[in-house]
Design a protein around this ligand. Structure first.
Ligand SMILES: CC(C)(COP(=O)(O)OP(=O)(O)OC[C@H]1O[C@@H](n2cnc3c(N)ncnc32)[C@H](O)[C@@H]1OP(=O)(O)O)[C@@H](O)C(=O)NCCC(=O)NCCS
Length: 431
């Protein structure tokens, strides 16, 4: 027997019944709005701060099953992409929906490689920041500033123009990110080297000094590629939602992506790996782990890098990062905090407090260790997240622009303030 895909709702205020269609496991908020609607009264609204149970879009970009610990980009499991693909191929897959043919990939790689330079005036913009400017502040401002260099980007419905901006954004993010890093160190900005791959060139712009050619260790390049792939998208998270919300005004993609960077800057989003590192340093040694765990169980603090709003199983990205850690430490020497992290994980995964609450390591548990081993200061961690996430933001943005159902994002409110008060001028109020 086929089930009827509807929901019957009885409004006990009036006794009226409504039948709402269910499509893909969701009812439409606009149908809810018909409940109790009269000429004088607004219909029922849905109150959902933080959008914890509101689907804002249909999307074919990224699939997550948090209970099973599954993450797929365009249907491809993250494990396979991290093992056998590279960041530029994954970026193409996310943005254009299909794995590229050889010709498409070669053209894409060529285009990205030859758009890595930024206008010299952008360098001047960046030079204008204070000597200790936070690199994320510099990144979001300089990406926003790009919109002034490419005014044609406002034409968001022209596919060719749109493609050009996508190429520019993916190509220039490492340049802007690396320059933000060098700025705080008082070191000269390093121009892109177009003989190098995407990840190699980024490492060159970060670390090159007087050597005529920077030759990064292939193991570090591979680890960076893997980290970039793992961070490339994560469906409707806070920054993707920021890009979509700002993008829904039909603004240019530079402005929309800079909104995404701003959202990522917040400690509840991009900053958790920094907190993990601080926690590991504070614990200091393996011997102190049991006492720390007891403190967590007593509610003194949280075990940072554990637990996730969506994953109620091992975060699939954490497994892959753990493996990448070993490869990086082969080059840099083992980070002594790794021992502390491993002991924390071992004890927590056996402890009923964590097991019963389905608290498993998330992506941030090990990534900070790698970043530190690569000699990045904590302020750079979120920049390293923003660079690959640009691919995901753009994939989400294109989907939004092409979706005829999307409208300018404009939530409702439940108004709680005063009404029809009589204004008294300051000259009378302050007598
Ligand atoms: C990610 C996070 C915010 C998800 O939160 P959430 O889905 O809202 O889960 P809740 O805060 O409702 O937690 C559910 C239970 O697990 C506990 N819990 C959740 N994360 C915990 C952690 N990291 N350490 C200890 N206890 C934790 C909560 O205290 C709560 O216990 P209770 O039921 O006894 O009150 C949360 O797990 C957390 O703060 N983790 C640490 C920070 C972090 O690593 N963030 C990066 C995410 S990628």
């Amino acid at each position: 027997m086929t089930q009827k895909q509807t929901l019957t709702v009885r409004d006990n205020r009036t006794g009226d019944e409504y039948e709402l269609d269910i499509t893909d496991g969701a009812i439409r908020a606009s149908d809810v709005g018909k409940i109790g609607k009269t000429e004088d009264e607004a219909g029922l609204a849905v109150y959902d701060p933080g959008f914890t149970n509101t689907a804002s879009t249909r999307s074919a970009v990224t699939f997550i099953d948090g209970d099973k610990g599954i993450l797929e980009y365009r249907g491809y499991p993250i494990e396979q992409l991290a093992e056998s693909s590279n960041f530029l191929e994954v970026a193409y897959l996310l943005i254009y929906g299909e794995l590229p043919t050889r010709e498409q990939y070669e053209r894409w790689e060529h285009e990205i490689t030859f758009h890595t330079f930024v206008h010299e005036d952008i360098k001047t913009v960046m030079r204008g920041f204070r000597y200790d400017a936070h690199p994320m502040g510099m990144l979001l401002s300089s990406v926003g500033a790009l919109s002034t260099f490419y005014p044609e980007a406002r034409n968001i419905t022209d596919e060719q123009i749109r493609h050009e901006q996508i190429v520019r954004l993916i190509a220039k993010m490492p340049t802007l990110g690396a320059w933000s890093f060098r700025h705080a160190q008082g070191k000269p900005y390093v121009y892109p080297d177009n003989d190098l791959s995407y990840a190699e060139n980024f490492l060159s712009m970060l670390f090159r000094m007087s050597e005529p050619k920077y030759e990064p260790d292939p193991r570090l390049t591979k680890a960076l590629e893997v980290l970039f792939i793992l961070h490339a998208d994560h469906e409707q998270n806070a920054s993707a939602n920021a890009v979509r919300s700002v993008g829904s005004t039909q603004v240019d993609p530079y402005s929309a992506v800079s909104a995404g960077i701003a959202a990522l800057f917040g400690p509840l989003h991009g900053g958790a790996n920094e907190a993990v590192l601080r926690m590991l340093k504070r614990i200091g040694s393996k011997e102190k782990v049991p006492a720390f765990i007891e403190g967590v169980k007593n509610g003194d603090e949280r075990l940072m890098g554990f637990g996730h709003r969506v994953y109620k199983n091992y975060d699939p990205r954490a497994k892959i990062i753990k493996k990448a850690c070993d490869e990086v430490f082969e080059v840099t020497g083992v980070n002594p905090l790794l021992e502390v992290a491993q002991e924390l994980e071992k004890i927590a995964l056996e402890d009923d407090y964590f097991v019963s609450r389905k608290l498993y390591p998330n992506v941030d548990f090990y990534s900070g260790l790698i970043y530190e081993a690569l000699q990045f200061p904590p302020e750079m961690f979120t920049v390293l997240f923003a660079i690959p996430r640009t691919a995901g933001w753009l994939a989400q943005w294109i989907e939004l622009v092409d979706d005829p159902e999307q409208k300018i994002a404009r939530p409702k409110q439940i108004y709680t303030g005063g009404r029809t008060l009589d204004f008294v001028p300051a000259s009378e109020r302050w007598k």
